[in-house]
Design a protein around this ligand. Structure first.
Ligand code: THU
Length: 136
C-alpha cells in the first residue's frame, strides 16, 4: 500500500503546474474507505494564490465527500529531476491535514522514491495543534 501511495504521488507530480518555482510536488491521500486521491502544486503569477499539492489533494477529496484520511505520501523536487530530498509539508498543509485526520492522527510519508521514504505521525509534525475541539 505504501509503495502504491508513493507511486501515485510520483505520478501526480507529473501534473504539477510550477512555472515560477520549478519545484514540482505530488501528493497521494489514502482515505478511510480505502480510496486514493492525488494532488499536485498549482502555482499562480501572484504567487500568493498558489496551492500546495497536499491541499489540492485534500480539497479534491473533501469536495468528493471523503473527509477522513489515514495517510498521505508526498514527493517533491526540481523540475526535470527525480526527488533528491524528502519534501515535508508546509505549516498550512499540516494544519489543513489535521482537520481531516482519521482517528485523530494521520501518517505522513515523505519519499524520494518507492524504496526511500520516511514516516511520521502528523501529531509529531504538528504538536499541540489547534483544532475543532478548541472552539467547542
Ligand atoms: N509546495 C507544496 O506543494 N507543498 C508544500 O508543502 C510546500 C511547497 C509547493 C508550493 C510551490 O508551488 C512550490 O512548492 C515552491 O514553494
Amino acid at each position: 500500500m505504501k509503495r502504491t501511495l508513493i507511486q501515485m504521488a510520483l505520478n501526480a507530480r507529473e501534473s504539477a503546474y510550477a512555472p515560477y518555482s520549478h519545484y514540482q510536488v505530488g501528493a497521494a491521500l489514502f482515505t478511510d474507505d480505502g480510496e486514493i486521491v492525488t494532488g499536485c502544486n498549482v502555482e499562480n503569477a501572484t504567487y500568493g494564490a498558489t496551492c500546495c499539492a497536499e491541499r489540492t489533494a485534500v480539497f479534491k477529496a473533501v469536495s468528493e465527500g471523503k473527509k477522513h484520511f489515514q495517510s498521505i505520501a508526498i514527493v517533491g523536487g526540481m523540475e526535470g529531476r527525480e526527488p533528491e530530498d524528502y519534501a515535508y509539508p508546509c505549516g498550512i498543509c499540516r494544519q489543513v491535514l489535521s482537520e481531516f485526520a482519521a482517528r485523530d492522527d494521520l501518517t505522513v510519508i515523505v519519499a524520494k522514491s518507492c524504496d526511500d521514504y520516511k514516516e511520521y505521525s502528523l501529531s509529531e509534525l504538528l504538536p499541540c495543534s489547534f483544532g475543532g475541539d478548541s472552539i467547542k
